[in-house]
Design a binder for this molecule. Structure first.
Ligand code: HEC
Length: 149
């Protein structure tokens, strides 16, 4: 998201005092919005881990069906970063290149969406999809470097 494109055009207004006053009011109003949409650092332990524990751990705990089939385990940050038996599923800095993001955001093969909420693959629709907010937080975490913070 590009926050530098916030353009406030004050040239149509009359009177210098009024301009200054309105400009200050707008700056004050815009600061908190920027803070939320662009600068908020996502925390692995506070934001990401709870999502993985609630939605993925039952199958990806090192011995469940997800782990035994793919090798992917969400028990620790290191195991998440290690990925599957074929390699990493998180590419720090690029959610679009990250299998983990693509699976939860339904951008991968529809037969392997995560958590599985269809009736085609092994896991047979026993889970609910992540909310758009949860998917966005995962994207932000990856784009911010997938840190262990
Ligand atoms: C109901 C069990 C279940 C749940 C819950 C689940 N998975 Fe899976 N997961 C599987 C199975 C089974 C596979 C093996 C792939 C398949 O469906 O054939 C798998 C595979 C994967 C893979 C590897 C895909 C690949 O390309 O090889 C990733 C990454 C993954 N899951 C991430 C997640 C994430 C993230 C969550 C939570 C948001 C999650 N899974 C929740 C069962 C589950």
């Amino acid at each position: 998201m590009d926050c530098s494109k916030q353009v406030v055009n004050l040239y149509d207004l009359e009177g210098v005092d009024m301009k200054t006053c309105i400009r200050n009011a707008m700056i004050i109003a815009v600061i908190p919005l920027l803070g939320v949409s662009c600068k908020k650092p996502v925390s692995y332990s506070k934001d990401i881990k709870p999502i993985l524990v609630a939605n993925c751990l039952k199958c990806h705990d090192g011995s469940g069906e997800g782990s035994s089939k793919s090798g992917f385990n969400v028990q620790s940050y290191n195991s998440v970063m290690k990925g599957t038996k074929y390699g990493p599923v998180v590419v720090p800095g690029s959610c679009e290149s990250s299998t983990l993001f693509r699976l939860v955001a339904h951008k991968a093969d529809p037969k392997i969406q995560m958590p599985p909420h269809h009736d085609q693959a092994l896991a047979l629709g026993r889970s609910v999809p992540l909310t758009p907010k949860q998917i966005e937080i995962i994207a932000m975490w990856i784009d911010q470097g997938a840190k262990n913070n």
